[in-house]
Design a protein around this ligand. Structure first.
Ligand code: DGL
Length: 269
């Protein structure tokens, strides 16, 4: 593996972090990136908090052993909402977390009825209750946890067609009155979901503002990366993807990863 050009790492259980990768690449086009995918432990959403903490710690350690990264993005709400504090305590480099963008959603909503679409783990976190208490106390907030949507984003990334009716089934709790439901804004509190944005938009009975965290994360990373250092922003950036398990299933992501500019795809030791 080529350590020298690796500058930041973006980590997730699956392909979700690619939504964050795309935003960061747009903001910092010369930055080399290692994408670490813990597909061996996918999905994180239904796992206990203790298990998620264990998985993400292990992934961070392996990445740091193999790559000389200057910053790590935990591109996973399920892990960030439970493990950020301890990861930061044990780290000499900045750790950027991705958490649901509840505050901007509250600011954008006119009806003050907003949705949080995330994994079953994320919607249960006390971190989320605190965010709601702090920023959304004047709102009605409907929380929906879905593992199926995470799986559908994975399937789409492997070239499969996603069924809109299946998505509608997952979104149904937001729309008890169909098009007369008061909800006008939904927070995409899982990094997998922006990958389904066209399908989500096709599946809802009325126009919805979808809010995700990717742009804010890219701005944060840009602020933390000293772009004047040539090592951090090589003229020709390299994008490497590493998996905790390589098999037919991970290989089926190769066309997408190539399309996104990844030049190397390998197993993380
Ligand atoms: N992409 C992850 C998130 O943002 C979680 C997906 C999963 O493994 O359940 O929460």
């Amino acid at each position: 593996m080529n350590e020298q050009k690796s500058t930041i790492a973006i980590l997730d259980s699956g392909v979700g972090g690619l939504s964050i990768f795309q935003a960061i690449r747009q903001a910092l086009p010369n930055l080399s990136i290692v994408y670490g995918c813990d597909n061996k432990n996918f999905p994180y959403g239904p796992k206990t908090p203790a298990l998620v903490i264990h998985c993400i710690n292990e992934l961070v350690s392996k990445i740091r052993i193999n790559f000389d990264v200057q910053l790590i993005v935990i591109a996973c709400n399920t892990a960030s909402t439970i493990a950020l504090e301890s990861l930061r305590q044990n780290s000499s480099i900045p750790i950027v977390g991705v958490v649901p963008a509840i505050k901007p959603a509250v600011e954008k909503s006119r009806t003050k009825t907003i949705g949080l679409l995330a994994t079953p783990g994320t919607i249960e976190r006390s971190y989320i209750d605190k965010l709601i208490e702090e920023f959304a106390s004047n709102c009605e907030l409907i929380k929906v946890g879905s593992t199926r949507l995470v799986e559908l984003a994975e399937e789409k990334s492997r070239g499969k067609i996603v069924s809109i009716s299946e998505i509608q089934k997952e979104l149904a709790p937001f729309f008890p009155l169909k098009e007369r439901s008061p909800i006008d804004t939904i927070v995409l509190g899982c990094t997998h979901f922006p990958l389904l944005i066209n399908e989500l938009s096709d599946a809802v009975p009325k126009p919805i503002q979808w809010i995700d965290s990717s742009e804010a994360i890219a701005i944060r990373v840009k602020a933390l990366i000293p772009t004047s250092q040539p090592l951090l922003c090589s003229i020709k950036p390299t994008f490497q993807a590493v998996f905790t398990q390589t098999n037919i299933d991970s290989n089926s992501l190769t066309p997408l990863l190539k399309h996104l500019g990844f030049s190397s795809i390998s197993q993380l030791q």
